[in-house]
Write a protein that binds this ligand. Structure first.
Ligand code: FRU
Length: 482
């Protein structure tokens, strides 16, 4: 029963079978969202990497497609991006048809074994049938390694002001920017980040794009790091600043995270979506990604999230919210409780048995500590709340079910609240084996996976003084596979 297995995500993309890690090559073209993904089609652990492929017309329902890129004599196909080369700068286009071009890292396992420092190089593949079939460029690699062991994960964008392509590349402990007129020849522009940001691990999977706030444009640089995340293992930091076609300059030196939870890594945005920026990450963590207790497939992606900027005091912060397209799977049968004054209590008489997958939204006034508990018939539970002593939201999966596959899995993770007001809002997207928390209009985000034997059916809430809830709404979400 594909997609009906224990722990199978019902509203998130996961491959039918076998292993996935990073999302790759995300490009929107002719009404279709392409999602490629790091894939090992012969096993449920990391192995020789391919680019798997899935497509969607609504960012919610996904159709898996044939594998797009296979390893070859230059190596495995590591992470990268894809662009619509509408002006045919690359010359790959034919008969007026522009190419889609994928820019990825060729990782040569032989070179790695021989301890060469040049085993990661950037290469191209193109498609002339809107993303179905892919041909590797015979001139690969197009950007050769100058002698940096970690030299990978190219994210390419068209920089209109300079009429050139910009490649943002993860180069060990920093980002290196390159530019190109044609995607084939690359010139070094600058480096960023050696002495800035979090450095608990190697830098990977960057992204660079503009976002506007009140008519002013800012540039966002996203950088994943592994390990060194705020709750351990892999996580994704971001910088807000300026980019002039050569240098990126951050506005300040504070370390900030796209998602403070343990399970959102290597996320990047879709290209060719205009000013709208849609982000999606890999919903796992390198600490235990190879060990999570699923049998036929391993790991899934987050919900696509729309990114925007918000001003908090002097700071410009990135906020994430689930894409509005999720509305296509709401059933209209939501339960809404209003003007609740929560002391302590089982809310299940009011909410009924929780649906399989749902969105839970609370708006109200944050006075002291509060927590929500999702639990199942066996008493396995997930605790989600706010801890006023440390001014942080948390997700506690210590007693959430199966946790013994890795000793670091059972933990309580926290994320600072980034706004001061008493009014708060919290949205949870709960799937069979994951919860994504978006607090304060998406300023604080946390994603966490879990493995309860049974789905959580019961909701209870506890508040230290009282939690004044204007509304608590539970909206069932239909499985995307049925
Ligand atoms: C990040 C990463 C990338 C690399 C890929 C290999 O999770 O390590 O840096 O390209 O995974 O699968």
């Amino acid at each position: 029963d594909l997609f009906g297995e224990p722990y199978r995500p019902q509203i998130h993309f996961s491959p039918k079978l076998h292993w996935t890690n990073d999302p790759n090559g995300m490009v929107y073209y002719k009404g279709v969202y392409h999602l490629f993904f790091q894939h090992y089609p012969a096993g449920t652990v990391w192995g020789p990497m391919h680019w798997g492929h899935a497509t969607s017309k609504d960012l919610v329902h996904w159709q898996e497609q044939p594998i797009a890129l296979y390893p070859d004599s230059l190596g495995y196909i590591f992470s990268g991006s894809a662009v619509a080369d509408v002006n045919n700068t690359s010359g790959f286009g034919k008969d007026g048809k522009p190419p889609l071009v994928a820019i990825f890292t060729h990782h040569d396992p032989k070179g790695e074994k021989e301890k060469s420092d040049k085993f990661q190089n950037q290469s191209l593949a193109y498609s002339l049938d809107d993303g179905k079939a892919w041909t590797k460029y015979e001139g690969n690699p197009v950007l050769r390694n100058p002698g940096i062991t970690d030299f990978r994960d190219p994210k390419v964008m068209w920089y209109e002001a300079g009429k050139k392509w910009i490649m943002t590349l993860a180069t060990k402990d920093r980002i290196t920017f390159y530019s190109s007129p044609n995607l084939k020849e690359w010139n070094l522009e600058s480096e960023f980040g050696k002495d800035l940001g979090a450095h608990g691990g190697v830098w990977e999977c960057p992204d660079l794009f503009p976002l506007s706030l009140n008519g002013k444009q800012y540039w966002i640089l996203i950088v994943s790091i592994n390990p060194g995340g705020p709750n351990g293992g892999s996580a994704t930091q971001y910088f807000v600043g300026d980019f002039d076609g050569k240098n990126f300059r951050p506005r300040d030196t504070t370390v900030r995270w796209i998602d403070y939870g343990p399970d959102d890594y290597a996320g990047i945005t879709w290209s060719n979506t205009g000013s709208r920026k849609i982000f999606l990450g890999w919903m796992s963590n390198w600490i235990y990604a190879n060990e999570v207790p699923t049998e036929k497939w391993r790991n899934a992606m987050t919900i696509p999230r729309e990114l925007s900027l918000k001003k908090e005091g002097q700071n410009i912060l990135v906020a994430s919210t689930p894409v509005k397209e999720l509305g296509v799977i709401t059933t209209g049968k939501s339960v809404s409780l209003s003007k609740l004054d929560i002391g302590k209590g089982d809310l299940s008489d009011k909410t009924g048995s929780l649906p399989g997958q749902f969105e839970l939204k609370i708006t109200g006034k944050l006075l002291k500590d509060f927590s929500l508990e999702l639990s199942d018939v066996n008493g396995e539970k997930l605790k989600i709340g706010f801890d006023s002593k440390v001014n942080a939201y948390y997700i506690d999966r210590v007693n959430s079910g199966q946790t013994d596959f890795n000793k670091e899995f059972a933990a309580r993770h926290t994320a600072a609240r980034l706004t001061a007001g008493k009014a708060f809002d919290l949205t949870l997207i709960v799937d069979r084996a994951s919860v994504e928390l978006f607090a304060d209009n998406g300023l604080t985000v946390m994603s966490s996976i879990f493995f309860s034997k049974q789905p959580f059916t019961k909701l209870s809430a506890t508040a230290e003084e009282s939690l004044l809830v204007d509304e608590l709404r539970i909206t069932p979400l239909k499985s995307i596979w049925k």
